[in-house]
Design a protein around this ligand. Sequence first.
Ligand SMILES: [Zn+2]
Length: 280
Amino acid sequence: MAVFTDPSVTGYHTPGHPEAPFRVSKSAERLKAAGHALLPPEKPAADAELLRVHTPRHLETVAKGTFRDADTAFYPQIDAIARTSLAGALSAAGRAEKGEPSFSLMRPPGHHAAPEKVAGFCYYNNLAIAVAGIPGKKVAIVDVDVHHGDGTEAWAFGRENVTFVSLHQVPLYPGSGLKSRGNCRNIPLPPGTHETQYLKALEGALHEVLNSKPDLLAVSAGFDTYKEDPIAQLKLDAATYKRIGKMLAETKLPRFAVLEGGYAEALPLLIERFLDGFFD
Ligand SMILES: [Zn+2]
């Protein structure tokens, strides 16, 4: 069981922006104190890996800052930091392939980033790129962030060997994910959804996912479903995250998860609880 992280990913922030450095620094402190092995990524991410999902134009726009997105700022160092975040996801996927459940504790997150679009605090789609690097296996992507994983769906839709399922609050940013299509299953949840309803929806989703007979599980782990999250309105308790992690572990599939959203001060605790179940 490995947690991949790197202190350099705390090196950008705009004051007042919820996607802040404490998300990784405080979580790393807490996981270390709880006895988790924190490791740096095993190797840097290469252009060839980014190009499995993104276009050359997209790589150029992130490096030069020629994109425009109201939520997603340009920083001169963001290309390097986003690549470190990706490297964590790639390392976690590599461990999962060897049968070791793993977690990438990094930022920026990735699930809103589409092949040619920066969006919603995301520059490169860490999870999609990691899944694209697992050839010859059927992969089930489960996105439990409170927001629809629109960037991941844009890549996954119609792709053989990939099943995508997203549970998310509606109405909420980015406004998509109202209906399922093809290999992409979307489960909209109303504001105020609490543990019982949430776990029931997740159970149904996992049941469908297992029907596709996947070889591996890739999880977009967002924690903005928490009752005190400042930017969404679901009502999960801290204890719920252990149950979510455990339900994912009970699939008995090789698995890895990457950090997506989660903006409450309690994030380090929520991640610790999730790993208590996910690594079980
Ligand atoms: Zn989110």
